[in-house]
Ligand binder design. Structure first.
Ligand code: 15L
Length: 270
């Protein structure tokens, strides 16, 4: 794997990866709507609006692998999710097929399955239970990935990312935290492991409180280094800043579940 396109270069995860992926692949092309302000002289950047098919095709031309982080990364108005995450994701996979790209790593999200209660441990085979329009768009991306893998031979890995930051910031993130270096491991599995056809993997570090069974990732050699409990004091201090919310506290997706919630409150007992 020599030439890799990474979309979403200016976002939180993209900015962190620009340092961590340096030297891992000889030719990395970074893309986003606009160039990150701190682009270094040796870094290659190509501007592309994911909703614009021609721009996406230009960004994808000539690459062997894609890490697709781009799009709307939280809940948002339907039009924004539709353009960036539904149309954008389709444009990306379709451009990849047309350009004979070998592999795509798609940044899915825990919010594709956010409406499972925290007390339930789930594997990647649990049916999707999106907690937001954003979560629906991630489930759509996973389904699109399966189509392009099984019908068109693309090798696709969907990473259901938890929270990618340097340390867990509250109680929920003690379960779903993903150390950026561990994300690099998962990306490398997706781009390089010989056995990948189509995989969904959870993007989580070695967290004691994890509510996901990540056996498929371990089988592919994933050995996470981050341990959320090492940051327990600061995470619990962060938790004290959150107002109590029975719906957010009951479900894995947290506030993505409680926002706009007008369902049955008895389903989320305190
Ligand atoms: C996500 O999918 C978001 O992109 C990120 O900003 C966090 O909100 C994360 O989920 C989370 O669940 O904490």
């Amino acid at each position: 794997m020599k030439t890799v396109l990474v979309t979403g270069a200016a976002g939180g995860i993209g900015s962190r990866l620009r340092g961590l992926l340096k030297g891992v692949y000889p030719d990395i092309r970074w893309s986003d709507l606009r160039a990150p302000g701190d682009l270094a002289p040796g870094e290659t950047f190509i501007a592309a609006d994911l909703a614009n098919r021609a721009e996406v095709e230009r960004a994808v031309a000539g690459v062997e692998g894609i890490v697709h982080l781009g799009g709307f990364s939280v809940e948002g108005p339907w039009e924004a999710i539709l353009n960036a995450n539904i149309v954008g994701c389709y444009n990306l996979f379709e451009a990849a097929r047309r350009a004979s790209v070998k592999r795509v790593v798609f940044a899915s999200s825990n919010h594709a399955v956010g409406f499972y209660p925290r007390k339930r441990r789930i594997g990647v085979d649990a049916p999707v239970r999106p907690d937001s329009r954003y979560g629906v768009s991630k489930a759509f991306g996973e389904a699109l990935g399966a189509l392009y893998a099984y019908k068109h031979g693309l090798r696709v890995t969907c990473l259901r990312l938890g929270h990618v930051v340097d340390a867990p910031v509250d109680k929920r993130r003690l379960a779903i935290w993903l150390k950026p270096e561990d994300l690099v491991q998962l990306i490398r599995i997706g781009l390089e492991h010989p056995d990948i056809r189509y995989e969904i993997l959870f993007g989580t570090s070695d967290n004691e409180r994890a509510w996901w069974d990540n056996a498929p990732a371990f089988r592919l050699g994933y050995r996470p280094q981050g341990k959320a409990e090492d940051f327990i004091a600061q995470a619990l201090a962060g938790e004290r800043k959150h107002p109590v919310n029975t719906v957010a506290d009951w479900y894995q997706g947290g506030p993505f579940c409680s926002d706009e919630y007008d369902g049955d409150r008895e389903l989320a007992p305190s």
